[in-house]
Design a protein around this ligand. Structure first.
Ligand code: SAH
Length: 216
């Protein structure tokens, strides 16, 4: 049996669980149903690849919980061809979901080793995204503005560079809080100078470390 066939059943089960937990966007569920999450983690953890939990990926970092990835992706309200910036490439799981949704994806990771691994993982699975090793709290000005920015690590405050790199109508999805829990914020740029902020549920992320984040 091929790897993909072996994991088809647990992956479908995961999608059903996410639906039961309230994820409604069928395009997001379909994307999650396609990503081979097991290929992004150590083989010793393959039995848990399609559990709805975060898992270690080395360097003290984690592959996000699928539910969290689904919620953040839903909040981005992605349309085909949208330019999306992700801060915290990690395993490239969220990155692959964004690619599956038809977005034009840019992603920044501060750990060089994870950046290299993510690049290879994307290539192997045939996904195309622009990756960069660096401090994502400063955004990625070269390709700005973005239709959506998603931060996949917990920030102490909203970094102003990220706000500045949003297109008019663009959405920034970012967890903000202390080291125990973070509130998911969705900030929409209404005009050149106006923003609208919605506060959602609490989540638990690894820290966003950088110039406009936590000190490393
Ligand atoms: N989106 C990832 C989640 C990885 S966890 C996934 O789907 O697997 C968050 C990641 O953010 C970690 O890899 C961490 O190294 C990275 N990170 C933390 N601070 C960062 C910063 N300032 N810039 C870029 N990446 C950062």
């Amino acid at each position: 049996m091929t790897d993909d066939r072996r994991y088809a059943r647990p992956r479908n089960k995961l999608v059903e669980q996410l639906r039961e937990k309230g994820v409604k966007d069928e395009r997001v569920l379909m994307a999650i149903g396609k990503i081979p999450r097991h290929t992004l983690i150590d083989t010793a953890l393959h039995g848990k690849a399609y559990h709805d939990t975060a898992l270690p990926i080395g360097m003290g970092q984690t592959i996000s919980q699928p539910y969290t990835v689904a919620v953040q992706t839903e909040l981005l309200e992605i349309q085909q061809g949208d330019k999306i910036l992700e801060i915290g490439t990690g395993s490239a799981y969220q990155c692959m979901v964004l690619c599956e949704m038809g977005a034009d994806v840019f992603s920044v990771e501060r750990h060089t080793e994870l950046y290299h691994r993510a690049k290879e993982a994307l290539r192997k699975q045939g996904y195309r995204a622009m990756l960069k090793a660096g401090d994502g709290t400063l955004g990625w000005s070269t390709y700005a503005p973005y239709d959506g920015i998603v931060v996949t690590a917990g920030a102490p405050v909203v970094p102003n560079d990220l706000i500045a790199q949003l297109n008019i109508g663009g959405r920034l999805v970012i967890p903000v809080g202390d080291n125990k829990k973070q509130m998911m914020l969705k900030i929409t740029r209404i005009s050149e100078t106006e923003y609208e902020q919605v506060e959602l549920d609490n989540f638990k992320f690894v820290p966003l470390i950088g110039e406009k984040g936590w000190k490393g």
